[in-house]
Ligand binder design. Sequence first.
Ligand SMILES: Nc1nc2c(ncn2[C@@H]2O[C@H](COP(=O)(O)OP(=O)(O)OP(=O)(O)O)[C@@H](O)[C@H]2O)c(=O)[nH]1
Ligand SMILES: [Mg+2]
Length: 424
Amino acid sequence: MIDLKEEIERIILVGVSVSDQDDTEKSLDELAELAAAAGAETAGRIIQSREQAHPATYIGKGKLEELKDLIWETYATGIICDDELSPAQMGNLQDELDVKVMDRTLVILDIFASRASTSEGKIQVELAQLKYRQSRLTGFGKSLSRLGGGIGTRGPGEKKLEMDRRLIKGRIAQLNRELRDVKRHREVTREQRSRNQVPVAAVVGYTNAGKSTLLNALTGADILAEDKLFATLDPTTRELKLPSKQSVLLTDTVGFIRKLPHHLIEAFRSTLEEAKYADMILHVVDTANPQMDEQMHIVYETLRSLGVKDKPVITVFNKQDKEGAQRTVRDFQADYTVRISAKTTEGLDELKEMIEAVLRGQKVLIEQLYSYKEAAKIQLIRKYGELTAEEYREDGIFVSAYVPVSIYDKVRSVSLGDSLNNAL
Ligand SMILES: Nc1nc2c(ncn2[C@@H]2O[C@H](COP(=O)(O)OP(=O)(O)OP(=O)(O)O)[C@@H](O)[C@H]2O)c(=O)[nH]1
Ligand SMILES: [Mg+2]
């Protein structure tokens, strides 16, 4: 029988350090994880310090020779550069090295491609892949036909790899149309939600921070949570009942990462923008990751680039149960911070209280006497607000509650005004 298993790719990581060598090392550590997530094995790494990447070959001539030697010594089948290569760089490296040449973007796209499960996710990934390939058709054709598989060949658009430019253009247009429908659908859902007055909290964070685990712990949802990068691609929304009985919708979404390819941001914009329409942000941080601060910074940068601002932020310092987790943590950009473990559920009650506090801040307090005829209004308050006291008196029901500003007019008692008018 023919062994159909893909040959494991052995790759060399290549980075250019423009300022901080240490930072480039960390970025390559992450690139190694990305490569592993895409099924490749790291055989070595090379870093060059230079003012900027070489416009023609990414690294300089001397380093290129060093890289050739390393490829030869380690039997590497390819290289992955830590930045997105221009089509020219890719072509030149291909000619020089005679192994498969890949970049960070290609690897991330590949991982997204193998994780996409819903039709929405698949459309978005295929679109991002095609846009990336569009400008690199010539260089790629060569290397892909040589190796016949591996990184860069997976995904919903697999069969379309050999399409020519004209067909790709047509396919991109078609996917864009499909994406517009998806977007419209998302907007409708969003509108319905806001009409329902149920507040929404977007769960964001660096990939692998524990967003899905947190959502599962809070709501008993059954979302795939795994120790791998980009386990979640498709947004999932679940209802969380708070101790005060009111509900909040939690939306889990794509994790962020440094140098998130812009093709992906564009394609996944409607998914990533969930945060833009949320009432608050839950920012999940992996405190056991040595690069926690850097990751937090990247999350804020990404949120800014998506136009998410002026939202209350609760930063959730997760994985406190883990050995090596940092205990002294702070985040000056957050309105609230809490230390938790989504795994042991430690700190979750405190987190829920904070969510309530944020919601309360977005509401107004009403303390009124309602006539018994107005019972329907109290129902509304119970549904969308937070009822803190309810007293049955002879002349009506006295209610103290926090309600969203949007329903304030609907639930205000008129009976008091009526009785005053009658008395006059
Ligand atoms: N020890 C420990 N592990 C945790 C905790 N929370 C999450 N994890 C683990 O961290 C890994 C990543 O968790 P996920 O919930 O998949 O992370 P995510 O943020 O959803 O990641 P992506 O969907 O890939 O962006 C999993 O192996 C979890 O079991 C925690 O509080 N303690
Ligand atoms: Mg997840």
